[in-house]
Design a protein. Structure first.
Length: 166
């Protein structure tokens, strides 16, 4: 079936209106690395054993974006942490985009539905989300348990998402 005009958008990377792409109205999920894919073990970060499973699960349900201090996480997370990263997670350049002192929340767009998994939002982030009335969009993750599942993130994301999983 050909999508009608109401559910197509122009691809921002494409030239002109001749290359529409199907709209993806799934909730955007912003993903931190340390404290989400990694946990604290002996005062150091260590990869969570189900981090790759979490990313696969998230990509099946959300439009995923990195919101992390890691540079080029699609390469560095598998290369340095040994966590398999499925294709399709876009990197948000929040440090370049943001003010000083840098904080992540400024890079989150309010023109689409979103959630953010993060272990340590800064006070600037919290203040910014509060001013936007968006503190319920932040899913805070306990950095201590060795698995993502033990943090309850899967269930909390399903509850918080406005689009039910397919
Ligand atoms: Mg973190």
């Amino acid at each position: 079936m050909t999508p009608g005009p109401s559910n197509i958008r122009e691809c921002p990377a494409c030239e002109g209106p001749s290359a529409p792409v199907a709209a993806d109205d799934r909730t955007v999920l912003y993903i931190d690395v340390d404290g989400v894919l990694q946990h604290v073990r002996d005062d150091r970060w260590a990869p969570r054993h189900d981090a790759a499973e979490f990313l696969e699960w998230a990509l099946a349900r959300f439009r995923c974006r990195w919101l992390t201090s890691w540079r080029n996480p699609n390469e560095t997370v598998p290369g340095e942490l040994g966590i398999r990263v499925p294709p399709g997670i876009e990197e948000v350049r929040w440090r370049e985009a943001g003010p000083f002192p840098p904080f992540k929340a400024i890079a989150i767009r309010d023109d689409e539905d979103w959630l953010w998994v993060e272990d340590a939002p800064s006070t600037f982030d919290i203040d910014h989300l509060r001013a936007r009335g968006a503190t319920d969009r932040l899913i805070r993750v306990d950095p201590l348990p060795p698995s993502v599942r033990q943090t309850g993130v899967f269930e909390r994301l399903e509850r918080a998402s406005r689009v039910p999983p397919k």
